[in-house]
Design a protein around this ligand. Structure first.
Ligand code: DQA
Length: 146
C-alpha cells in the first residue's frame, strides 16, 4: 500500500483562530480528517504530524525514511522561508514531496516569496486554504494511478 505522510509546521495547530483572513476558519484537525477520509476512499495509507519545532520536524522526516513512506505532503509554515535543515532532511530521505500552503505566499510579503523547498518539490500548491492539501493528494494520486 502506498504510504503518504503529512507534515505541518509551526503555528498550524492554531488554524481556525490564527489570521482567518489568510488561513481560513477551519481547524487543522478538521482539514486533516477530511484528507484522511479522501486517502482512505482512494486506498492510500495517510498519517500526519504537526510540530512547532524545527528539530522535531527533521527527526520526523528522517523517521519517514525509515518507515518507507512513499510520498510526503509538507507545509513547513514559517520554516518555509528559513530552514536549510528541513530542506536537507527531505533531500536525505529522497522521498518525493509536495509543498503546500494555505495562503497565496507568492502574493504576500517579499520574505514569504523565498522558499527553501520549491526547487526540490514535485510541485507547490498555494492559496486554496485547507483545500490545498486535497489538491496535493490528488496530484500524488495522478502520479501513481496508471
Ligand atoms: C504558510 C505560509 C507561511 O508564510 C506562514 O509562515 C505559515 C503558513 C501557509 O500555509 O500559508 O505559517 O505556510
Amino acid at each position: 500500500m502506498i504510504k503518504v505522510r503529512v507534515f505541518n509546521g509551526p503555528n498550524l495547530n492554531l488554524l481556525g483562530q490564527r489570521e482567518p483572513g489568510q488561513y481560513g476558519q477551519r481547524s487543522l484537525q478538521d482539514i486533516m480528517q477530511e484528507l484522511e477520509q479522501f486517502a482512505l476512499d482512494c486506498g492510500l495509507e495517510l498519517d500526519h504530524i504537526q510540530t512547532n519545532s524545527e528539530g522535531k520536524m527533521v527527526d520526523a522526516i528522517q523517521q519517514a525514511g525509515k518507515d518507507e513512506v512513499n510520498y510526503i505532503i509538507i507545509n513547513p509554515a514559517g520554516y518555509t522561508h528559513t530552514s536549510v535543515a528541513i530542506r536537507d532532511a527531505l533531500l536525505a530521505v529522497e522521498i518525493p514531496f509536495v509543498e503546500v500552503h494555505l495562503s497565496a505566499v507568492s502574493s504576500r510579503e517579499p520574505f514569504r516569496q523565498i522558499t527553501y523547498f520549491s526547487d526540490i518539490a514535485m510541485g507547490v500548491i498555494s492559496g486554496f486554504r485547507g483545500e490545498s492539501y486535497l489538491l496535493a493528494l490528488q496530484a500524488i494520486l495522478n502520479r501513481i494511478e496508471p
